[in-house]
Design a protein around this ligand. Structure first.
Ligand code: NAD
Length: 361
């Protein structure tokens, strides 16, 4: 019997709608496996935590997370937090940084039944998570964005060999595992950022030497942004630095049906955190119309990855069942949310995924 300790951090706005759906779907998938036991631990985070405890990332959460195998983090609506209170911090960059979650794995896959700009798209973008231009996480102390004068702003970008190596390795391992093109495309702008993108590409090429079965190609980010829109079918696994990855993964989501279809998994050497690409969607919060696909698929990726890491074939099988449930719902299109041109609510779509799982279990 394997026991997993899994954290549940609902987050803000649509978070308390889509995260419980992800949890119920995983519960349904593991139900038939006597050798899997999950100890779910709900932990406070975000604005509900601020209202209740006066902080968006309380000590109890920070103290508990290191003892867990993995956790699900719902979307965070930090733009709505009070600006003048240091206890109202944006928790997700801190979690990514504190737990060394360097790789953010963001798939974009088209489904024939979902209206999208292209068909036959199956890409995974690996975005470096903790450095680059993002000033709220790329410094040990202080912020990497500052104003020396009232009329001048500077932003400092960080690229390290360590993090570049980790994301490159994530990309090559994934390209090897996937039944795809056996190709990694590295995105940069070393024509201009000769040192920063230069170090990133030098590191990616070094890692590529250890994967002779995987082809490495590289593209300049602006050309790639165009290629992605025109012929996304040319790509399989894509690896890049933080801000390029942030932008390109939303672009990729836009190709296959929008942010409700955009899952994500943050991984590091010791921990993993399921976190969808989308934000907290305050415009649709509380209406039971948020698409739970991204959050459910993020949790599915986390359990598949955990199963591989722990060499637990039952957990890998349970994660496969979740995938089959998701695929069935998107094939049938009888219970999908309005962003996918359906009329189902968030919970109804979640129940349909559970029914789908049961039809395969
Ligand atoms: P957003 O991703 O929340 O929403 C953009 C659009 O996509 C909205 O129209 C929204 O309704 C729609 N959308 C998003 N998720 C959806 C889903 N699951 N189903 C259906 N439609 C969905 O981006 P935003 O509006 O720019 O940001 C809102 C808040 O979220 C801000 O506070 C922002 O800082 C934060 N944010 C958080 C994260 C994160 O936690 N990872 C990521 C991006 C933005």
């Amino acid at each position: 019997m394997m026991t997993y300790k899994i954290g549940v951090l609902n987050g803000d706005d649509i978070g308390p709608e889509v995260v419980p759906v992800a949890v119920s779907v995983i519960k349904e998938a593991v139900k038939g496996f006597d050798d899997i036991d999950i100890d779910w631990q709900e932990l406070p985070v975000g604005f509900p935590s601020y209202l209740e405890r006066g902080e968006t990332l309380p000590e109890i959460t920070l103290q508990t997370l290191p003892d867990l195998d993995a956790w699900i983090l719902g979307p965070i609506g930090h733009m709505a937090y009070p600006k003048d209170d240091p206890k109202a911090i944006n928790p997700h960059p801190i979690l990514r940084r504190k737990f060394d979650l360097m790789s953010n794995i963001r798939p974009a896959r088209s489904y024939p039944t979902i209206r999208s700009l292209h068909q036959d798209v199956d890409i995974v973008i690996i975005r470096e998570n903790n450095e680059g231009f993002q000033p709220d996480r790329n410094m040990f102390i202080g912020q990497a964005e500052f104003m020396p004068t009232p009329d001048m702003a500077l932003s400092v970008r960080v690229i390290s060999r360590r993090n570049s190596e980790f994301v490159a390795r994530t990309a090559f391992e994934l390209a090897r595992q996937r039944n795809g093109k056996k190709k990694v495309t590295a995105i940069h702008k070393d024509t201009v950022f000769k040192i920063g993108c230069g170090l990133f590409m030098e590191t990616v090429r070094e890692v590529a030497n250890g994967y002779p079965d995987i082809q490495l190609e590289d593209r300049v980010v602006d050309t790639f942004a165009m290629n992605l829109v025109m012929k996304p079918q040319d790509f399989d696994v894509v690896v890049t630095t933080n801000m390029f990855g942030d932008i390109l993964s939303d672009e990729a989501a836009g190709l296959v049906g929008g942010l409700g279809m955009a899952p994500g998994l943050c991984v590091g050497p010791d921990y993993m955190m399921a976190q969808a690409t989308h934000g907290s969607a305050p415009d649709i919060a509380g209406k039971n119309i948020a698409n739970p696909f991204a959050m459910v698929k993020s949790a599915q990726m986390m359990f598949a990855c955990l199963g591989e890491k722990k060499k637990d074939s039952s957990l890998v099988k349970a994660a496969d069942l979740v995938q089959q449930g998701l695929d069935k719902v998107l094939r049938d299109m009888k219970a999908v949310t309005p962003d996918l041109s359906g009329t189902a609510g968030t919970h109804q779509m979640g129940e349909a995924i559970c029914d789908g799982i049961n039809s395969f279990a």
